[in-house]
Write a protein that binds this ligand. Structure first.
Ligand code: GLA
Length: 739
């Protein structure tokens, strides 16, 4: 049993293969958290863990029950107003303006498996992976409301998914001022907070800092999870490394405003809250209605961050990503964006398509600029019909040629956006999000459609579905290139304006859901100026995302390394661009560019027709190499070895399930004069297996390669041998095969 209930102490014990999560019903009917961490034995009572000293100068529940001191207890889903003065997991306002809630324990239910949440991305259990779901029912009798806390236990990946449902049985309106998805109250604060802040072209950079007293954490108010913050975070012991130590991971299955808040209080306890950002949110819960929070997932490992990332990655593939694609090899592709920008026509594109075909690339992706009259970024968003100047014979004619070569065809769209210079704007100016009478702030010259309006979603479904059918699309790159300003819903009453952000993202999910149901074989890639919506909400619909607009290989080392903490390799679109790179102006050898891009969904984003014959041969070789090891690069077990955030060298590795095959990449930014002895210590190999490296004559045991390491030859020598132009930004790839 993964869920045990002890009647004697009213304690719930949730067990995964390696972790325990324990909470109990307190004497006042509230839920108190007992323990979360490495698995411990089941017991009927944990007196030792629940003993508390009575503190002075704070409130107690009752005069004759002084040990129930809400401000001192660890809670399961806390609320402000009756003695816990820390930031609460939720807050309600009732019809009379009162803000005190008293949800008391009623009973519980256990169900096998995990149902999807309606209308929202969520975890699921289609593979009968021994999942169980516990629902705790609580009620507030005075106001006639129920609260359900849901816990789905995914035992084999050590993951628990949590969410809450508020149900209003009363005749009055209740306002949910905020409602997080999960709360974890840890008994001490000797942890580091590890987060992944960034910016456009610099997404998900590692940031690690010790917890301190007070509030910390990060979130987004951009109506997208954002480039600047990511909902994935870790809480790790100060000495936790990639391979040792305790670490908790949290993520949210959601794509809108979020907040990860960590609070260290007066007694050095740590409260972790993950959910929709309370700022710019409130939900009016009418009589008879209910509100479901998005799901948060939490996981724990005592074997370091590599282990945590690996178990999360397994979890995503089985329980988040569209099952149609979760194990499906992703096609190699060429995308024309950085190759042509808006300056193309059918003939020019065909030169790229033909070069790609020769090189063995499997898909051509037509990026921005194929529709309306879009020759720059000032016009046409919303006009999803082909530009006859660029495709005089219609887009079908072009697509037929691509398909005729046996290649797949992908198309860029940006459904949520509208240009003022567009037919759509002429017809429906009211579909644009705007606050009446206020200035309208453009972003990349464009504005945002009101996705909370059903007619907008209906329209987009109709036109996009038509394009998919007409062009027999294999793949869609769904972009979203600006954050939302002047948020306001012209159809919503004044007291519901704070619902807009959540309603907007539900509208986006609705459109995704309808398009996928009607076109189950189309692979979606999400994008938001690169990695501005790189989150599990998107991954539920679009199994992969464009990791960053920055394709410079040196920057990508950091971006992909940072992203790998919380996401799978198969989720990361990773391409080779032309040099000098358009964003950094940096020139890096083609070999290094490819060796970085291999670790993900591989492609090219340049004008292949401009490459020399030598370079094209190299591209063909790279594509062939990638295809041979594609499964490993997309679905292998990923190990971080040396961090780009720590110094000059980055290295990482993928290993297959039976440890018979692994590939490691090692990248060095600057060459060092008279360098020290260089070795790479591989990871995840079988200690007793024997391996060859790059078909070497010498044979190595796994334990030798992991503990003593493998000698790195002099970079200058390699440079001369391979006729490379520079020894900076050098790289090596190690194909490690068991014999
Ligand atoms: C965004 C994307 C790019 C490209 C452009 C097109 O910036 O991230 O990859 O598609 O839009 O306008």
């Amino acid at each position: 049993m993964m869920i045990e209930y002890s009647k004697e102490s009213q304690t719930f014990q949730l067990q995964t293969d390696n972790t325990s999560y324990i909470f109990q019903v307190l004497a006042n009917g509230d839920l108190g958290q007992v323990y979360y961490g490495r698995k411990i034995h089941l017991k009927s009572n944990y007196h030792n863990l629940t003993t508390r000293e009575i503190k002075d100068a704070t409130v107690s529940w009752k005069v004759d029950q002084p040990d129930i001191q809400p401000d001192v207890l660890k809670h399961e889903y806390s609320v402000l107003g009756s003695g816990d003065f820390r930031f609460p997991a939720f807050q309600l306002t009732f019809a009379n303006g009162s803000r005190v809630s008293e949800f008391k324990y009623v009973d519980y239910e256990i169900n096998t498996g995990k149902q999807r949440l309606p209308g929202m991305p969520s975890t699921f259990d289609d593979t009968n992976d021994d999942v169980q779901t516990l629902t705790i029912n609580l009620t507030d009798q005075l106001v006639g409301m129920d609260l359900q806390l849901h816990y789905s236990i995914f035992p084999h990946q050590d993951v628990i998914a949590r969410s809450a449902t508020f149900i209003n049985h009363s005749n009055d309106q209740v306002v949910i001022d905020h409602a997080f998805s999960t709360e974890v109250d840890l008994p001490d604060a000797n942890y580091d907070l590890i987060e992944f802040p960034g910016a456009w072209a610099r997404e998900r950079q590692l940031n690690r800092a010790a917890l301190r007293l007070g509030y910390q954490g990060s979130g987004s108010l951009r109506n997208a999870t954002s480039h600047q913050a990511n909902p994935f975070m870790m809480i790790a012991r100060h000495d936790t490394s990639e391979d040792f130590g305790e670490v908790y991971g949290f993520n949210l299955v959601y794509s809108g405003n979020f907040l990860n808040q960590v609070e260290v209080d007066q007694f050095q306890t740590t409260r972790i809250l993950v959910g929709i950002n309370p700022t710019e949110f409130a939900w009016n819960l009418g009589p008879g209605s209910q509100f479901q929070t998005p799901e948060a997932i939490q996981s724990y490992s005592n074997q370091g961050m590599n282990q945590l990332s690996q178990q999360l990655s397994d979890f995503y593939q089985d329980h988040i990503v569209n099952p149609r694609f979760s194990q499906q090899p992703r096609p190699t592709l060429v995308n024309n964006w950085e190759g042509t920008y808006f300056d193309f026509n059918e003939d020019k594109l065909m030169t790229i398509v033909n070069a790609a075909h020769k090189a063995g690339i499997e898909m051509f992706v037509l990026d921005d600029g194929w529709f309306g009259e879009r020759n720059d970024d000032t016009t046409s968003l919303g006009d999803w019909f082909v530009d006859k100047n660029k495709f005089p014979n219609g887009i079908e004619h072009f697509v037929n040629q691509v398909h005729g070569l046996g290649m797949k065809f992908g198309l860029w769209v940006e459904p949520e956006m509208i240009s003022k210079q567009s037919h759509l704007y002429e017809q429906h100016p009211e579909w644009m999000i705007q606050t009446p009478g206020r200035h309208q702030t453009p972003g990349r010259n464009q504005f945002v459609l009101d996705m909370t309006r059903p007619e907008v979603v209906d329209y987009l479904f109709k036109v996009l579905n038509q394009i998919i059918t007409d062009t027999k699309l294999d793949y869609i790159k769904w972009d979203m290139n600006r954050y939302i300003t002047e948020m306001y819903g012209i159809d919503l009453p004044a007291n519901q304006q704070l619902e807009m952000g959540h309603r907007y993202i539900l509208g986006v999910y609705d459109l995704y859901d309808r398009l996928i149901k009607s076109n189950p074989d189309v692979l979606f890639e999400s994008c938001a100026s690169g990695g501005g919506r790189f989150d599990l909400g998107m991954m539920y619909y679009a199994p992969q995302a464009w990791t960053s607009d920055d394709i410079d290989a040196a920057e990508r080392m950091k971006i992909q390394y940072g992203t790998s903490y919380g996401y799978s390799l198969s989720m990361m679109g990773s391409h080779v661009s032309a040099v000098p790179n358009d964003i950094t102006g940096r020139t890096i050898e083609l070999s290094t560019r490819a060796r970085v891009a291999y670790f993900g969904d591989f492609g090219y984003e340049l004008d292949l027709a401009k490459l020399s014959d030598d370079e094209l041969k190299q591209v063909a070789w790279q594509v062939e190499f990638y295809k041979r090891y594609r499964r490993l690069f997309q679905f292998g077990k990923f190990y971080r070895i040396e961090s780009p955030f720590a110094g000059n060298v980055t290295s990482w590795q993928v290993v297959n399930d039976d440890q018979s095959l692994a590939i490691a990449g090692r990248y060095q930014l600057m060459n060092e004069p008279n360098s020290p002895y260089l070795r790479i210590k591989f990871k995840g190999l079988h200690p007793d297996k024997q391996y060859r490296i790059n078909d070497s004559e010498e044979i190595f045991y796994g334990d030798e390669l992991m503990n003593a390491g493998y000698f790195i030859p002099n970079i200058l020598k390699t440079m001369k041998e391979q006729r490379l132009r520079t020894a900076d930004f050098s790289s090596q790839l190690f194909v490690i095969k068991a014999i």
